[in-house]
Design a protein around this ligand. Structure first.
Ligand code: GAL
Length: 830
C-alpha cells in the first residue's frame, strides 16, 4: 500500500500552532480571571432572634427564611418610638441576626485556595465554616476575608454560618442598618497568587506628554513548597494594550509573601479628571513553570494633584474648586442593603446639580460607591472613623478602638488606595479627643498608619472647629470647647486642616494656619422639608437653639420651610457658606451636610420624625429647591427655577424666589401682568418678589442681552384628580438586581402638580419584577419603606421596582381613593 505523504507547509503549520497557542493562552487566561471572584449573594437563610446567642443552639433552629444578599433586616422592622436605636438611629430596631448558607465546592478546587470575602457586615460579625470558627469583626463598615480551604469538604456539603450582632444599642448617631448589607464573594485562586488588596498603583510623575506608572505587586505563596514565579503586568486603556512591565522572576519561600515593584511609561496619557474620568486597567499575571496561575485586575487613573496654600485644589495643573457633599451610606427606602444602581442614581442626581465631590461620612463606604466615583468623576474624601477612644454613644466603636483601630484603618487604606477618585483620607470626624493632647497623639499615630501604606494623598480630620475661637460672633457646635485650642489641629498630624462648620473663620485660615492647606470637611447643615414653605422667606430661623437643648419651637407637624431660611446654630444657610467658599481661591472647597436626606438624626425634631432634614435631595430622591441654587452656580446648563408652588390663600402676602444663571435679568408675570424685572446684584444667589397672592399662572422669563434664555411657568392646581407615573428608566436588566425608580405625581385634571396633595397611594405589580421600596421624602411618615402603599408628600411619591432574572415586562399600577389610577410598563432584558 502506498501511503500518500503530504508535504508539510511550514507557514501553515506555524499559523496553526499560533492559533492553538493563542486559544490555549486565552482559555487559561480567562479561567484564571473568571474564577477568581464570584458573587456569593444567593440563597442564604436568615433568622432574626435576640434570644439565640450561640452557634450550637442556632444550628438546631429550624425557622430560617430564604433570601438573597445584600440584606438589611432593620429596614424591614416597624418604626418605633421606643426603639433602643432612638430616632437618631432611625427608630428602627437592631437585634441579633444569623445567616446560613449551604454550598458545595468542586473536588477540582482541592489544590486551590478558597476564601470568603465580606464587603461589610453590621456589626460585630462572627463567622464559622463547618463548625470551625473563622473570626470576628466588630467594625460594621470594613471589608474582610477568611481562608476556607483547610475546613472545606470538597465535593460534599459545607455550611457557612454568620452571626451579626447589632443588639447593643445605641451604637450609632445615624441609621446603621443591620446584617450582611454589602456584597459577599467567593474567591478561588492558585496557592501562588496576588495577595488580598495586593497591588498598589501610583503615578509618581504625570504630564500631558508622559506618565510614569509604578505598580507594587504582593505575591503570596501558600504552597508547602518554595516557589519560583514570573510576574508581569500589562496595562490597558479600554481594550488597547498601552504598556507592560518586564517579566520579573522571583523566588518565594513557603507560606511567605514578596513585593515586587516595577515602573513603566505611558506616553500621552489620558488623564483622569472630573469631566473625563478616564480609567486604565493593570492586569497582573503570575506564571509558574510556564503556566498562568493567577490574574489580578487593578483599575486606576492617571492624574496629578496638589493642595496649594494660595490656589486651593489643583488637579492636572488646573484649579478645581471642590463642590462636595457628605453622604451617609443608606439608600433611603432600600435601607443600607447595597445596590449598585441605587448608588449610581444618587450620584447621577447630585452630579446633575454640579456636585464634584463626595465625603463618605463617617466610615469606609461600599466598594461599589468608590468604583462609581472613579467612573463618574468625583473628588472623594474617604473617611474612617466617627469615634476614636472616647465614645459618643454607649455601645459604639469606642469600645473596640484599642483592639481594632490599627487593623481597620490599615485595611481601609489597602482596600481603597488604588481609587483615582480618592484624594484625602479623613481619619476622624468631630472626635472629642481633638481638644486634648491625647487627640494630637492619636492623630499622629493615625497619620503614620496611613503614610506607611500611602504617601500619595493627604490626611485630614474633620474638626469643630480647628481654630481657637475668641470671636463671640462665631457660633460653634460645642460651645463649652470654644475657649480651648484644638490640639489635633495644632499637632502636625494633619496634612490639610479640615473644618466642620465655623464658616466665619475660613477667611482667616492663612493667618491661623500659614503652612497647611484648607478644606471644609463639613458645612452648612441647612434644614428643609421638600415642598413646604413659610413666609416671610427672608427671616432666618436657627433650629434648634443649641445642639444639646431640647427643641420646643418648630411646627406641630414637624415641617421645615424649604426656602433657604432655616439652619442649625453651628451651621449656615446654604447661600452663606457657598458665598465664602466661592470668594477665596485658597479655600480649596467644601463638603455640604448633606447631599441626600438619610434615615436617623431628624434634627431639629425628635419623634415622630425619623429621618433627616439636611438633604439637598430628599429621602426619595426628589430635589428640594436649593438644589437649583447650586445647579445655577455649578453647571453650565441654563437654569431658571421658581419657588414656592402656586396654591395659597387669595391676597395673602407671598414671596417668590428665582434661582437662575446665564442671564442678566428675570421678569415675572402674574396672570399676564408684569411684576417687574429683577437681577442678582453683587453676591446675590437668588432674586425675590413680594406681593399679594392671586391664583392663576405665574411665569418667569430669563433674558440675556434682551434675548429669552428660559421661561418657567407654574400654575395654581385644582383639586387632585389623577396619578401620573414616570420612570427613571423604562428598560432595565433582568439580572435580579436592577431597579427602576418610578415617580408618582398627583395632578389635577389639567396635569398640574397638586403641591399639597398627600393622598395614600397603593401599588401593585405584575410580571417580571417586584416592589422593593416606597418613599415620599416625609421625615415623619411611619409606614414601612418595604410596604406596597405610602402617603405622598406634597404631590409626590416614589416606588422602586426590581427586576427578576427572567426577561419580560413589569407592569406597575398606582391607585388612590378618588383619583384616576395609572399604570406604567418597564421592560427587562437579559
Ligand atoms: C455634625 C456631624 C454630622 C451630623 C451633623 C448635623 O456635627 O459631624 O455627623 O451630625 O453635625 O448637623
Amino acid at each position: 500500500m502506498i501511503t500518500k505523504i503530504q508535504k508539510i507547509n511550514p507557514r501553515k503549520t506555524l499559523c496553526l500552532l499560533l492559533c492553538v497557542f493563542t486559544f490555549l493562552v486565552f482559555t487559561i487566561q480567562s479561567n484564571a480571571q473568571q474564577t477568581r471572584k464570584e458573587s456569593f449573594n444567593k440563597n442564604w437563610q436568615f433568622h432574626l432572634n435576640d434570644e439565640i446567642e450561640n452557634r450550637d443552639s442556632i444550628s438546631n433552629n429550624t425557622s430560617w427564611r430564604l433570601l438573597n444578599l445584600p440584606h438589611d433586616w432593620s429596614i424591614e422592622q416597624p418604626f418605633d418610638k421606643n426603639s433602643p436605636t432612638g430616632e437618631g438611629g432611625g427608630a428602627l430596631a437592631g437585634g441579633l441576626g444569623w445567616y446560613k448558607k449551604n454550598f458545595t465546592i468542586s473536588k477540582n478546587n482541592q489544590d486551590k485556595l478558597t476564601s470568603i470575602v465580606f464587603d461589610g457586615i453590621y456589626e460585630n460579625s462572627q463567622v464559622w465554616i463547618n463548625g470551625h470558627f473563622l473570626g470576628k469583626r466588630p467594625n460594621g463598615y470594613i471589608g474582610f476575608e477568611y481562608n476556607l480551604t483547610p475546613y472545606l469538604n470538597f465535593g460534599g456539603e459545607n455550611e457557612l454560618l454568620v452571626k451579626a450582632d447589632n443588639s447593643h444599642q445605641p451604637n450609632s448617631r445615624w441609621y446603621s442598618g443591620s446584617g450582611i448589607y454589602r456584597n459577599v464573594w467567593i474567591k478561588t485562586t492558585d496557592k501562588l497568587h496576588v495577595n488580598q488588596w495586593g497591588t498598589f498603583v501610583t503615578t509618581p510623575s504625570v504630564s500631558k506628554e508622559k506618565a510614569t506608572v509604578q505598580i507594587a505587586v504582593e505575591v503570596k505563596n501558600d504552597h508547602q513548597k518554595n516557589k519560583k514565579a514570573t510576574v508581569k503586568t500589562i496595562f490597558f486603556l479600554g481594550d488597547k494594550e498601552v504598556a507592560s512591565t518586564d517579566e520579573n522572576k522571583i523566588k518565594i519561600s513557603s507560606n511567605n509573601k514578596q513585593t515586587l515593584t516595577s515602573s513603566i511609561n505611558i506616553s500621552k496619557p489620558a488623564l483622569w479628571s472630573v469631566e473625563n474620568p478616564t480609567l486604565y486597567v493593570a492586569l497582573t499575571q503570575i506564571w509558574s513553570k510556564g503556566k498562568l496561575v493567577d490574574e489580578y485586575k487593578t483599575t486606576f487613573g492617571i492624574r496629578s494633584f496638589r493642595f496649594d496654600l494660595d490656589k486651593g485644589f489643583i488637579l492636572n495643573n488646573k484649579q478645581v474648586k471642590i463642590k462636595g457633599v457628605c453622604l451617609h451610606h443608606d439608600l433611603g427606602p432600600l435601607g443600607t442593603a447595597v445596590n449598585t444602581r441605587a448608588i449610581e442614581r444618587q450620584l447621577q442626581i447630585i452630579k446633575d446639580m454640579g456636585v464634584n465631590g463626595i465625603r463618605t461620612a463617617h466610615n469606609p463606604p461600599a466598594p461599589e460607591l468608590l468604583d462609581l466615583c472613579d467612573q463618574m468623576g468625583f473628588i472623594v474624601m474617604d473617611e474612617s472613623f466617627d469615634i476614636w477612644e472616647k465614645s459618643k454613644t454607649a455601645f459604639d466603636y469606642g469600645n473596640h478602638w484599642e483592639a481594632w483601630h490599627k487593623k481597620d484603618l490599615e485595611d481601609q487604606i489597602l482596600r481603597d488606595r488604588n481609587h483615582p477618585s480618592i484624594f484625602m483620607w479623613s481619619v476622624g470626624n468631630e472626635v472629642p479627643e481633638q481638644w486634648s493632647e491625647r487627640g494630637a497623639e492619636i492623630g499622629r499615630e493615625l497619620n503614620a498608619i496611613v503614610k506607611a501604606l500611602d504617601t500619595t494623598r493627604l490626611v485630614t480630620a474633620a474638626m469643630n472647629p480647628p481654630v481657637h475661637v475668641t470671636d463671640k460672633s462665631v457660633t460653634i457646635q460645642f460651645e463649652d470647647t470654644a475657649d480651648k485650642p484644638n490640639a489635633l489641629a495644632g499637632s502636625g498630624a494633619l496634612d490639610i486642616i479640615g473644618y466642620n462648620y465655623a464658616h466665619q473663620t475660613y477667611a482667616k485660615h492663612k493667618t491661623n494656619f500659614p503652612n497647611i492647606p484648607f478644606i471644609a470637611t463639613e458645612t452648612t447643615s441647612g434644614l428643609q422639608t421638600r415642598g413646604y414653605y413659610e413666609f416671610p422667606s427672608d427671616t432666618t430661623k436657627v433650629w434648634p437653639v443649641r445642639w444639646d437643648k431640647l427643641f420646643t419651637e418648630g411646627n406641630d407637624d414637624n415641617t421645615v420651610s424649604a426656602f433657604d431660611q432655616v439652619r442649625t446654630p453651628w451651621g449656615s444657610l446654604h447661600e452663606t457658606t457657598w458665598k465664602i467658599i466661592k470668594k477665596h481661591d485658597f479655600l480649596s472647597g467644601f463638603y455640604i451636610w448633606t447631599g441626600f436626606d438619610y434615615i436617623g438624626e431628624p434634627t431639629p425634631y425628635v419623634w415622630p420624625s425619623r429621618s433627616s432634614y439636611f438633604g439637598i435631595v430628599d429621602l426619595a430622591g426628589f430635589p428640594k429647591d436649593v438644589y437649583y441654587m447650586y445647579q445655577s452656580e455649578w453647571t453650565n446648563k441654563n437654569v431658571l427655577h421658581l419657588l414656592p408652588h402656586w396654591n395659597w390663600d387669595e391676597n395673602q402676602m407671598v414671596d417668590v424666589w428665582a434661582y437662575y444663571n446665564n442671564a442678566d435679568e428675570v421678569e415675572l408675570f402674574l396672570n399676564g401682568k408684569s411684576l417687574g424685572v429683577k437681577s442678582k446684584e453683587n453676591e446675590d444667589l437668588h432674586i425675590m418678589w413680594r406681593f399679594p397672592y392671586q391664583s392663576g399662572t405665574l411665569k418667569a422669563v430669563s433674558r440675556k442681552n434682551g434675548k429669552v434664555v428660559l421661561e418657567k411657568v407654574i400654575k395654581t392646581a385644582d383639586q387632585p384628580a389623577k396619578l401620573k407615573l414616570s420612570a427613571d428608566r423604562l428598560e432595565i436588566k433582568a439580572d435580579g438586581n436592577d431597579l427602576s425608580f418610578i415617580t408618582v405625581d398627583i395632578t389635577d385634571e389639567q396635569n398640574v402638580l397638586a403641591p399639597r396633595a398627600n393622598n395614600q397611594i397603593y401599588f401593585s405589580v405584575k410580571g417580571a419584577g417586584k416592589i422593593v421600596g416606597v418613599a415620599s421624602g416625609d421625615p415623619t411618615n411611619h409606614e414601612s419603606f418595604k410596604g406596597t402603599q405610602h402617603r405622598a408628600l406634597n404631590g409626590k411619591c416614589l416606588v422602586i421596582v426590581q427586576a427578576t432574572e427572567k426577561a419580560g415586562k413589569i407592569e406597575l399600577t398606582a391607585k388612590a381613593d378618588g383619583l384616576i389610577e395609572s399604570t406604567i410598563t418597564i421592560t427587562t432584558k437579559q
